[in-house]
Design a protein around this ligand. Structure first.
Ligand SMILES: [Zn+2]
Length: 273
């Protein structure tokens, strides 16, 4: 049986109202078909071409379909809750795959449930996310391939380095983050990563985290500078960058330590500020 079908059947298994149950059952084939379409379209960056809907099956409204997700899948002890729990626990260390930093607290509908009611419980449309990323995305509907948010199940952007930072001299020293797409990427992939980074406000999020990290390492690096000199500081920063890379290539800490290791001003005098 199709995965979406299994989840939908479980979600509506406890519906007592006979008429409503029949109505919801009339949605099954459409839900399975739309889920398969989603996979086909996602693989070709064509999700923005999936038309919005207001009813599913035999006249089931989007409000009713949203209730299937909210009351029959997401709610604790709901008949579909086991599938919700399985999806929400998939990310490594419970970290939101959208921002790569905050903790997962919900499932985000990649294509919004208010506009795509046939995909409300489709596992392929449900992405573990933190509350902030979920709120920022809300009901946004992409209108071009470039606007399509990254989909962690389909878009592999973690094998190439695209997150960079630069050291901003000042008091206190800060880090500014930006995206630099690898030259082998096509224009759409590059634009999507840049839009993802901008729309989720990741430059600000990472910069704030980096400010705390800079304050945390200040004393240690200052001691290292006075005992062993700037080359030792640089070498330590490079080691830290390589160590963070093992965790995540496009991790804000990885970009931060690379930026610090490459900034001559930082390991010669910034470290003493
Ligand atoms: Zn997030």
């Amino acid at each position: 049986m199709d995965k979406t079908e299994v989840v939908f059947k479980a979600c509506i298994s406890k519906v007592k109202n006979h008429a409503l149950k029949q109505q919801l059952e009339s949605c099954e084939q459409e839900i399975i078909k739309d889920s398969k379409n989603f996979i086909r379209y996602a693989k070709r960056n064509m999700l923005h071409l999936i038309p919005e809907k207001s009813v599913v099956g035999n006249g089931v409204s989007k409000t009713e379909m949203e209730k299937v997700y909210t009351d029959r899948m997401a709610k604790k002890s709901a008949p579909g809750r086991a599938f919700y729990d399985k999806l929400i626990t998939t990310p490594k260390n419970g970290i939101c795959p959208l921002c790569g930093h905050r903790i997962v607290q919900t499932l985000d509908h990649h294509l919004p449930k208010a506009k795509h009611p046939s995909l409300v419980v489709s596992p392929i449309n449900l992405i573990p996310a933190c509350s902030d990323c979920n709120k920022i995305k809300l009901d946004k509907q992409p209108t071009s391939p470039e606007e399509e948010p990254l989909h962690p199940y389909f878009d592999d952007v973690e094998n190439d380095r695209w997150l960079y930072a630069e050291v901003i001299q000042g008091n206190p020293i800060s880090l500014r983050y930006h995206v630099k797409a690898p030259s082998q990427w096509d224009a759409v992939k590059a634009a999507r990563v840049k839009n993802h980074f901008a729309s989720l406000g990741l430059a600000r999020l990472y910069s704030i985290q980096a400010a705390t990290e800079l304050a945390d390492i200040k004393h240690r690096l200052n001691k290292l500078y006075h005992s062993s000199g700037p080359d030792a500081v640089r070498s330590h920063l490079l080691d830290s960058a390589e160590s963070c890379e093992q965790q995540h290539l496009n991790y804000w800490k990885t970009a931060m330590y690379h930026a610090l290791a490459q900034d001559t001003w930082y390991h010669n005098s910034g470290v003493n500020q």
